[in-house]
Design a protein around this ligand. Sequence first.
Ligand code: FES
Length: 146
Amino acid sequence: MYSEKVMDHFQHPRNMGEIENASGVGTVGNAKCGDIMRIFLDIDDNGIIRDVKFKTFGCGAAVATSSMATEMVKGKSIQEALKITNKAVMEALDGLPPVKVHCSLLAEEAIHAALWDYAEKNGIVIEGLKKPKNDIHEGEDEEEDY
Ligand code: FES
C-alpha cells in the first residue's frame, strides 16, 4: 500500500523534534481526522531556513510527509519554501494511497503557519502567504509538550 520511500521516512523520520526559541512555530489540525502537527523553523537574517523540526500526533503518512517536507524546505529561502506543495512532497515520496492524501496537507499547512508566525513576530508581510485555515494559534504561553 505504501511506497518504499514512505516506509523509509515513516520508520526513520528526519527532523523530528523541536527547536528552542524558533523563529516561527506553526501548529495545525487536520479537519478530516483531528490529528495535529507542529513545525518549528529557524530562519536566519537573510530569510534562509537554517533548520526545521516537526512533532506530530498523526498517522504514518503524516509522519512520512512531514519528514520529507522538512527535508525539502531546509536550506531554502522563504519564497522557495512557500512553493513546496503537498503534491510535490507526495511525488517525492512516490505517491500516497488516495485515502491518505489529506494527511499530506498537515505538513504544508504547518510550514505555512510557522512562516505566518515568523512574519507576525517580525512585523513583516510574506508575499503570497495566506493565513492557514486550520491554524491552532495558542499564543505566547504555549505548552512545550502536549
Ligand atoms: Fe490523520 Fe493521517 S489520518 S493525518
